[in-house]
Design a protein around this ligand. Structure first.
Ligand code: HEC
Length: 144
């Protein structure tokens, strides 16, 4: 009777093959779990460029403060609403107040000055050609 034909020896070989296969399956499973659930989140604080939401600067004139305007003023509507409008500093401030009072625009803090500087400089009323609409007129009594 040769060694390999010993039934116990056969069972032992079979078992070792089964253990090897099981071991490989468990190993592959661990790698899979790592690849799917752990690895993608390991460096999650590293923001890749594609994840950065670029503010919509579309159409806003290049100039100091544009990024601040784009960041704060294109969340609810497009920049077009701004570029279509022209106003004095006071006019822009009134629009901002109106949005703060009625449209949930947040307090702009130090950015408000930056935003108003930008809007006043690049989106001022076109002075030439047409008289601006009268605003905030203080009427006075005529003497008789
Ligand atoms: C929280 C939302 C929100 C943010 C942020 C916001 N707006 Fe508005 N804004 C509105 C809404 C709502 C309207 C009205 C839109 C409409 O009539 O279709 C509006 C209208 C406007 C208008 C048109 C006003 C008019 O009389 O036609 C201008 C100009 C404007 N916004 C400028 C700005 C500027 C400048 C900023 C940044 C300081 C800003 N918005 C940020 C909500 C917002």
């Amino acid at each position: 009777m040769s060694e390999s034909s010993n039934p116990l020896e056969l069972v032992r070989k079979l078992l070792s093959v089964i253990y090897t296969v099981l071991g490989l399956i468990v190993f592959a499973g661990l790698i899979l779990i790592y690849a799917v659930y752990i690895e993608p989140y390991e460096n999650s604080d590293v923001v890749t460029e594609t994840e950065i939401v670029k503010p919509d600067v579309d159409g806003l004139v290049e100039g100091e403060g544009r990024e601040v305007v784009a960041t704060n003023c294109t969340v609810c509507h497009s920049a077009k609403l701004i570029t279509q409008n022209r106003a004095t500093r006071e006019g822009w401030q009134n629009m901002i107040r109106w949005m703060q009072e009625t449209q949930n625009l947040w307090q702009l803090g130090d950015n408000e000055v930056v935003i108003l500087d930008y809007l006043e400089k690049y989106y001022a009323p076109e002075a030439k050609g047409r008289r601006q609409a009268l605003k905030n007129i203080e009427w006075y009594e005529l003497e008789d």
